[in-house]
Every structure is written in structure tokens, then in C-alpha cells.
Design a protein. Structure first.
Length: 760
């Protein structure tokens, strides 16, 4: 790997040559749409294409479609292709590549050919596990993907979610009953059996009593109206794999838009512009984004302070070997005219690393957003490259300089989550890092030292925030509204990979489960945190990937939605919505609110897409393997009687998007009591991007006595902007005394529109 330094440069030269050829070609071709793509975008497209061509798919863990091609060719040449182990390997590869019928026919042939497979026992169990889940997946594809409805795959499955074509689930049931007869303690098979009966509309009535997970186990802890999944009628139900998303106002017209990705190397990112008339338009091509592909995660920024949201797209995660096609991340600049340009190369950010998490914050309060990038390095495994983390200082001229080494923040391990916030209210933003192979880190920003150098110090051990030792997404938020930033970090251990639905079943049945659970850490205000996971009842089997938070019932406390699952097809578990009960405990409201989507949950974004004063939730669905695709969901908030205020905060001396700004609201409640609410401008959790406008629920407030903002500049003090009326959207500009009331027309979504669907 001595040549790694040359890679960006050769790619760049390659790209220039390509670009010249392309220009000549496009001048000749009379294409209907003029190509609005920038030279930087074309250079990135060429670079991605080159990496794809050089990728070794033979050992690639997830790019199953490509891997299958390699494997099938191998099998044609091997005489022992009839060897049942090789056949089983082929069937598994077919399942992973989405060729379920072909996989099933191999299983059925093997059953006929090998009498030993007739019995379920310790030797044949693996065969039966894969056979059963392939049958279930066939049922999902035939019903939930092909005949997609708003109720598809929502637990408990009912209404239009019930399968019309019943063969997949019926066959799966007979296999699971065979398995459970021999292995009655197999909770994973028990969970999947109950789910299969649900898809037929036969739960609980027809489930054998000894295997039943009773309906009461699925019930929520608190009552709430249903949130309807309206993605389909709006053409927002992108059918893809695991990916990221951002809700943000990309064209500054006062209506929130959506960008979403899917992590397959060839999967196109998508931009949906909110037309303000109840519909969305897919402007991906017009925006000059065609060919910008992949990306497991994305977040938003405004790195050049021009007032238009830019995007940072992260690629290459879960692949810590260069030969597996690790790709660069992309910085995508919003040109402000509806088009976007990939500026990664010119910004000095081109870097081939496996990345899934990053955070934008102004570490030195100079008014420019800097970027910390967490990369994945598996220390314990041989033959894996090392990918130090990057800390890109924003030079303020559109370029960045990596200062991770001088700050001592480069040598981290397998980083899966990064979040930033000011934990001690000293006006300097700190960084929390979640790792999949060891203790988590909490870097305290210590400011500029006497020698002029900036310093960060890892205080995680003393702060008590190192667990879980195998963790994934994380975020900062003020759980109990005391003005101190608390931490949520989720667990993802080995059982999450292999037995996630079994662990969940144990939890649902109130049996002990073995896997680790998330941590909710309350900030004590003295650089230490208190683990309140158990006392808030958050000690549950939820293995989280994408996630985010927002106040879905406008009671003034931040709730959160956890995307669950694992690459394993058997990880058919519901995404979970938790309500924050007055900063005291959490309540599971998954099923009552209609949030229990059982497909793999990835990027999650909260944002008020219809300007009615409550947050809606966009969720990217789909797994890791090429065949594990599913349609994204948009859960429309049905509303409530609580008061609200939406704040758009604009920095002048501080960074333009005011990321890191703290807001304090002083409320007068119905009973005459005063109540404080704190919020921070942030894109939320480490996997998914929330709208940067602050959508704040106020409960039954009588009035807002004052709105105060502590800007992320050097002053570190709250500026009082006085009183504002309830239930409206206002804009506060740093340095101006008077908040401006925004005309923000409510939208009624046109949910019954016919759309052409983007299929995977």
C-alpha cells in the first residue's frame, strides 16, 4: 500500500482526461437535458467507476449481486458443485442477491437428494434456518415490495399489511414448526414463526400455544394517535438498501426537502424538492447529481457560509480493506441555483477511507464549520489496513487542512458514531466517539493553549461514558431540559449480528436476554455523567443502526426513533419509537404509533415537512446485502393539542447555519408556573440528518416569556430576543434585535398521487 498517496492524484488526472473526452462527446450528442454536472462531479464519478472496476468482489461481504457472478462462474468449473456444502453456499448467495426462487429450488432439491436432511437436528439446523428465512423473504418480496402498501411490514401486521400471496409464509411456518419441535428454546425461530402467522392474519388465533408470543407483548407503554406511512403516495418510497438521509430546506423557499442515499456502489443518491403544494419532485437529474452514488450515511453543513445547505456523503463503511472497494466520501456543494457540485477534490477532502460517521462543528469559534471524520480500523484483525480518523480544519476559503495528528485524535479504532456538543457550557464544542471494538471516547475541547496549539483531552473514563464496549450510533441531546447536554449511545454486539430477533423475543417475553443494551447518560454538570439507562427503563434489546430524535408529541421533551436490524436476514425486528416521559423515563410507543417497521432501519430524519408545527419522520429502509432492499417510509405526524414554535437561527459572526447554537425558552405555563426548555441547533444523531430549524414543542404553555440564544461565537452568553407569539415560525438573525415572523403556509399532502417508482 505504498502507493496510496498517489491514488487521489492519479484519479484526479484520470478524471481530467475523462472530462475532456466527455465534454467533446456531449457537445456532439444532442441530449435532451443539458448536462449540468460540474467538472468536480464528473471527476468523482470517474473515480468511483475506477474503484468499482478494481474491486475484488470474491470476498466482499455485502455486494452480493457482484459476488454471486464470481461464485456462479466458480461453481460451473468445479466438479464438486454437487457437494451439499457448496450448494448451500450457493443458495445463501442467491438469497443475499435477492434471487429467492432460485435459492428455494436448491433447498428443495437438496431435501430430495439427501435423506439426512429430512430430520432437523444439530447437524442440519443451519440448513433449515436458511431455508425458512428464504421462504419468509419470498413472502415479503411477493407481498410487501411488489404489492406495497402503507401498512406493509408494520408490526403488529394487520390490514393491508396481511399477505395476499400466502405461499412464502405458509411454507416458512411449517419449517419453523419442525425446527421448534426439536429446538423449543430457539427464540429466534419462535419470533419469526409468530411474525409469519401475523403476515397471514392468523396471529394469535392459529399459533400453537407453546410457541405463541401473546398480543400483549407487543403493546405500547403510552397511548398516541397513529402516524401514517405516506411515502408511497408522494413518490418518496425509494426502494433501496441501507443508506442515509437528510431533511433540510435546500432551496431556501421555506419548505423542507429530502435527500436520501442507498449504499450499493451503483445506487444513485436522490433529491426530492418539496413543492409546497402537497407534492415532491425528484430533481436529482436537474440538480446535476446523476452518477453520484453509494453512501451509507450523510449529513448537512454549510461549509462556505453562503446560506445554502451542503451535503457530506460518507462511503465505504463495513469494508476495512482497500481491495473491497473502499470509496472516498463526498462534499457536495449547493450552488444556490438548484444544482449541486461535488467539490471533494478541490476542497482537499479526497480520501479513500471506510467512513460511516462524521460531525460538523466550529471547534475554534472562527465562524467556519470544521469536520471530524470517524474511520473504521479493526485493530484485532490481521491484514486490515489502518485508517486514522480525520479532523479537517476549515480554512475559510473552501479548502480544509487535516489537523487530527497534531490534536492527537487520529489513532482511534473502529469508529461507528460521532457527535458534538458543548458538555460543560464553556462555549467550546466537545466530541463524543462511539467505537465497535472498545471503550468510547469523550474529547473535551480545551481551547487554544499558550503555545498557540489547540487541545482536546479524552475524559471518557473519568466521565463514565465508555460503555457499551461494542457500540454504534450516538447523539447529544438535553433529555431532561436542565440546560446540560446528555448522551445516548446504542449497543451492537455479536448477538445483534446473529440472534437479534431471538434477543428481542426474550425482551418481549420478559425473559432475560444476553446482549448489551444502549446507554442513556445524564450530564451531572461537573464533567461526569450518570448512567440512567435502567432507571429510565431504556435497558432493552434494541440493536440500533440509524436513529434520530425529535419531539413528536410537542410536550417539550425529546423523543427518539431507533432503526434496528443487522445484515442477517433473520433480523426481522421492529424499528422502535420511544417517548420521553418528562425527562424521567422512556415509554415504548412503537406499535400504537404505527412505527414498528420490521425491515432494516437506517438513516432517520425528523422535520416538519408540512409546516403544521409538528415533526414528521423519514426513514431509510433496507439492509446490507444486495437482495435486502425495501421502500423508504415517511411517517406523517397526526398532530396534537400542544403549543409549538419553530425557530430558524441564522449566524453572522457565528457559522451561518448556527450549528452549535443553544436556545433557552422561558415559558409561562397554564398553571402560572415558569418552565425552561433548552434546544441546540444540530443535525441530530450520528446516523441520519434532522432539519436544522428548531421544531420545539411547548406543551400547554400560555405564552413564551423570552427566547434566548447563545451563539457559537466567542462570547458564550445568552442574548435575549424577548417574547414571541406561540404556534408560528420565526427567524432570528445574530446581531439583529427583533425576531422576524415567517409566513409559513401549511401544506396538505396529496397522498393518493400515482408515481413511477424507482426500483432497486
Amino acid at each position: 500500500m505504498k502507493h496510496s498517496v498517489l491514488i487521489p492524484f492519479t484519479c484526479f488526472l484520470f478524471a481530467l482526461l475523462f472530462f475532456q473526452c466527455k465534454q467533446e462527446l456531449s457537445e456532439k450528442s444532442s441530449s435532451t437535458i443539458s448536462d449540468v454536472r460540474s467538472s468536480g462531479t464528473l471527476a468523482m464519478i470517474d473515480s468511483l467507476e475506477l474503484i468499482y472496476k478494481k474491486t475484488n468482489f470474491r470476498n466482499h461481504p455485502y455486494a452480493s449481486t457482484e459476488r454471486l457472478r464470481v461464485l456462479e462462474n466458480q461453481l460451473k468449473q468445479v466438479a464438486s458443485a454437487s457437494d451439499p456444502n457448496i450448494q448451500l453456499q450457493l443458495a445463501t448467495s442467491l438469497l443475499r442477491a435477492g434471487k429467492n426462487e432460485e435459492a428455494i429450488s436448491i433447498f428443495e432439491k437438496l431435501l430430495q437428494t439427501y435423506p439426512v436432511l429430512k430430520e432437523v437436528n444439530a447437524q442440519t439446523k443451519k440448513f433449515y434456518d436458511i431455508y425458512a428465512i428464504t421462504l419468509m423473504r419470498k413472502g415479503e418480496v411477493d407481498n410487501c415490495i411488489e404489492n406495497h402498501s402503507a401498512e406493509s411490514c408494520l408490526l403488529p401486521i394487520q390490514g393491508k399489511g396481511i399477505h395476499i400471496n400466502k405461499t412464502g409464509s405458509q411454507k416458512a411456518i411449517s419449517v419453523y414448526e419442525k425446527i421448534l419441535k426439536q429446538f423449543p428454546e430457539d427464540l429466534q425461530s419462535r419470533w419469526l414463526l409468530n411474525t409469519a402467522y401475523m403476515t397471514l392474519g392468523e396471529h394469535p388465533a392459529n399459533v400453537p400455544a407453546e410457541y405463541l408470543i401473546p398480543p400483549a407483548a407487543y403493546e405500547s407503554d403510552y397511548d398516541l394517535p397513529k402516524f401514517e406511512n405516506i411515502a408511497m403516495g408522494l413518490g418518496l418510497d425509494v426502494d433501496g438498501l441501507a443508506g442515509g438521509c437528510v431533511i433540510g430546506d435546500f432551496n431556501n423557499d421555506g419548505f423542507l426537502d429530502i435527500m436520501a442515499s442507498s449504499w450499493g456502489m451503483k445506487d444513485q443518491i436522490r433529491l426530492f424538492i418539496n413543492k409546497g403544494d402537497g407534492s415532491f419532485e425528484d430533481t436529482t437529474e436537474k440538480a446535476g447529481l446523476m452518477g453520484i452514488t453509494g453512501g451509507l450515511n450523510m449529513n448537512q453543513t454549510d461549509y462556505d457560509n453562503d446560506g445554502f445547505l451542503d451535503i457530506y456523503l460518507m462511503r465505504g463503511a463495513w469494508n476495512p480493506k482497500l481491495e473491497m472497494g473502499i470509496q472516498p466520501n463526498s462534499l457536495i456543494r449547493n450552488n444556490g441555483d438548484g444544482t449541486f457540485s461535488d467539490v471533494t477534490i478541490e476542497a482537499g477532502l479526497y480520501n479513500r477511507t471506510p467512513t460511516q460517521s462524521s460531525t460538523w462543528f466550529d471547534y475554534n469559534n472562527d465562524g467556519h464549520l470544521d469536520l471530524f471524520v470517524g474511520n473504521e480500523t479493526i485493530k484485532a484483525m490481521q491484514n486490515y489496513e489502518s485508517f486514522p480518523c480525520n479532523f479537517f480544519h476549515n480554512n475559510g476559503d473552501g479548502t480544509f487542512k487535516d489537523i487530527a495528528v497534531e490534536l492527537g485524535m487520529d489513532q482511534l479504532t473502529y469508529v461507528k458514531g460521532v457527535a458534538s456538543a458543548d458538555i460543560n457550557n464553556d462555549g467550546l464544542i466537545d466530541v463524543y466517539i462511539s467505537n465497535l471494538d472498545g471503550e468510547n471516547n469523550l474529547y473535551l475541547n480545551q481551547g487554544q493553549q499558550e503555545d498557540g496549539q489547540w487541545a482536546f483531552r479524552d475524559i471518557a473514563e473519568n466521565a463514565g461514558v465508555q460503555e457499551p464496549l461494542l457500540s454504534f450510533p450516538c447523539w447529544f441531546f438535553d433529555f431532561n431540559n436542565d440546560g446540560l447536554e446528555d448522551i445516548f449511545v446504542s449497543a451492537f454486539d455479536q448477538l445483534a449480528f446473529s440472534n437479534q430477533s431471538g434477543e428481542l423475543a426474550a425482551d418481549y417475553l420478559d425473559q432475560p436476554f444476553q446482549s448489551d443494551y444502549p446507554r442513556l447518560y445524564l450530564n451531572n454538570g461537573d464533567l461526569t455523567f450518570k448512567d440512567i439507562t435502567e432507571q429510565t427503563t431504556m435497558d432493552r434489546a434494541v440493536h440500533t443502526m440509524g436513529c434520530n430524535y425529535g419531539d413528536i408529541d410537542n410536550d417539550g421533551f425529546l423523543d427518539f426513533y431507533l432503526g434496528t436490524g443487522a445484515p442477517d436476514y433473520r433480523a426481522i425486528v421492529p424499528n422502535r419509537m420511544f417517548r420521553n416521559d418528562n425527562g424521567k423515563k422512556v415509554q415504548d410507543i412503537t406499535t400504537v404509533g404505527g412505527f414498528g417497521h420490521i425491515q432494516k432501519g437506517h438513516g432517520i430524519s425528523f422535520g416538519d415537512l408540512d409546516n403544521d408545527g409538528d415533526s414528521d419522520v423519514y426513514a431509510v429502509m433496507g439492509g446490507s446485502f444486495s437482495g435486502d432492499n425495501f421502500q423508504n417510509a415517511l411517517f406523517e405526524n397526526p398532530g396534537n393539542d400542544n403549543r409549538w414554535i419553530t425557530l430558524l437561527i441564522i449566524g453572522q459572526k457565528a457559522n451561518k447555519m448556527a450549528m452549535g447554537a443553544k436556545v433557552r425558552l422561558v415559558l409561562e405555563m397554564a398553571d402560572g408556573q415558569e418552565k425552561l426548555i433548552y434546544r441546540t441547533v444540530s443535525n441530530g444523531a450520528s446516523f441520519g440528518g434532522n432539519s436544522l430549524q428548531l421544531e420545539i414543542g411547548l406543551g400547554m404553555a400560555k405564552r413564551i416569556k423570552s427566547v434566548e440564544v447563545n451563539w457559537p461565537n466567542d462570547e458564550n452568553q445568552f442574548v435575549d430576543y424577548g417574547t414571541v407569539a406561540l404556534n408560528q415560525k420565526i427567524k432570528i438573525i445574530e446581531g439583529q434585535n427583533k425576531p422576524e415572523v415567517l409566513n409559513s403556509p401549511k401544506i396538505t399532502f396529496k397522498k393518493d398521487m400515482e408515481h413511477h417508482h424507482h426500483h432497486h
